[in-house]
Design a protein. Structure first.
Length: 129
């Protein structure tokens, strides 16, 4: 297994808004940076409330997974950051549309604030063949 770092980039996900990459691949492991509900084409936050926010985050993560040669179903660890943990049932409901069993290991963390005033952010670890 190579320890060479490969930067993963796609225009189908929001561009990095800081000093980071969308994802970095080392060997067959891909470390995905946090995604908030930004629309990739405008870099504006999606409108429509928490359900639209969560959907957009999964779309953004999916685009980065695909750019790395994988899919959401190859995520082995998912971290979910919410400014209101009352939204966690919505995360579960929407996640069931995007993932199949076996589900990834997961953490849900309540936070005071997120970049650009987002209500949700997710990052992940992906293993590709």
């Amino acid at each position: 297994m190579s320890n060479t770092k490969t930067v993963i980039h796609t225009d189908a996900a929001p561009q990095a808004i800081g000093t980071y990459s969308q994802a970095v691949k080392v060997g067959n492991t891909v470390y995905l940076s946090g995604q908030i509900p930004l629309l990739p084409d405008t870099m504006e936050m999606v409108q429509g409330g928490i359900v639209a926010d969560i959907e957009q985050v999964f779309k953004n993560l999916s685009a980065v997974c695909e750019a790395a040669g994988g899919s959401l179903n190859q995520i082995v660890k998912l971290n979910i950051f919410l400014t209101d943990l009352n939204h966690f049932p919505a995360v579960n409901e929407i996640m069931a549309k995007y993932f199949q069993q076996p589900y990834p290991a997961r953490a849900a963390i309540g936070v005071a604030s997120l970049p650009k005033g987002a209500a949700v952010e997710m990052d992940a670890v992906l293993v590709v063949d």
